[in-house]
Design a protein around this ligand. Sequence first.
Ligand code: ADP
Ligand code: ASP
Ligand code: MG
Length: 413
Amino acid sequence: MALIVQKYGGTSVGSVERIHNVARRALATQSQGDQVVVIVSAMAGETNRLLTLAGEITPAPDRREMDVIAATGEQVSSALTALAIQAQGGQARSFLGHQIKMKTDNAYSNARILGIDAKGLRKQLDDGGIAVVAGYQGVDEQGNITTLGRGGSDTSAVAIAAAIGADCCEIYTDVDGVYTTDPNVCPRARKIGRISYEEMLELASLGAKVLQRRSVEVAMKYGVPLHVRSSLSDLPGTWVVGEDTGLESVVVTGVTYDKSEARVMLVSVDDKPGVVATIFGELATEHISVDMIIQNAASDAQGRTDVTFTVAKSDLDKVEPMMTSLSEKLGARDVQYDERVAKVSIVGLGMRSHAGVAARMFEILAKEGINVQAISTSEIKVSCLVAAKYAELAVRALHDGFELDVEPKRRGD
Ligand code: ADP
Ligand code: ASP
Ligand code: MG
């Protein structure tokens, strides 16, 4: 007997018919002798609808109340799914975040899970039933409802799988696995059979929203095998597993893009000790995460240079006044902002042992006439900042250039 967690995304519970399909799948798994916990997202489009509604009441809604509203989407879908299982002759019960003590910190709209009390879920399973849990939501120390960030039901599912010691966590979504790039952007994208936690973590962090980044972090930490697949077919999807399980370390596994960042440039500041410490120290004090950073050595006689970095677009309203006062303090000539940028990245474990991968990436982009505005690298990824209008073109060019449509065994890696 196995213990299986199944997470169904918004499209998989998007209609009454789809919810019945979820109930059928959960019951089919149970009838093979397995115990099943189902985690559901809100019905497709519902979370956006709820957040928009709040925004129509007031332009800057209170964050506590926003989470109370946003969490209702999953309250509805979890109870509907439990009803569908019951209607098909099964035994099911829904559980909200607070009912399984999904404890989080109090960072509304982006809370982190601190612990789960799985007793209620275990009892439901031991009684022969299916437990249906509302994803995306938790409760803080004071009993306030919190949510885990967009796409957070993935993290609810993996955290529950870790807490109950599940054999695997199946993530059912609207694509049938993790692809070499977003299949909705590049028709030549190829489904990956197995991928390491590390590569998946980079892909998710760099824009592949098929899994929420934190869900991969939790899976990696607790060694939960993930199986990303479609709720509308029985085809095997993609296994996300540890690196030691016979994976081939291909040079480039996937390509991603992310349009959520903006570029900020402080023009002409002194190239001397303490300047960047002041800039990034102030950003850190305000909890603003900086991603890419470039500073050249001074090239003019006055010893002045430009400092460029990227931040989330959603932080720009906080960053702009800070930069205005900093540029006065540091005597910068100007501050420039550009929201029309995209970060395009390539990811692959094999980069650790192959030289020249970044050079090849620049060459491919240059051939398309795409200018690189900033670069950042880690052991297993290279990211380039480009004009947003070229994002999709860059993804397709890199996908073709690195031959990602070809099975790794037949590729010239
Ligand atoms: P769900 O509602 O099931 O959580 P999401 O919309 O969050 O689904 O995630 C699935 C989407 O992720 C796909 O429709 C696809 O457009 C996108 N995606 C981005 N990158 C990839 C990738 N490398 N492989 C598969 N899907 C990807
Ligand atoms: N319903 C939430 C969202 O749309 C959480 C999720 O779907 O994972 O972001
Ligand atoms: Mg999702």
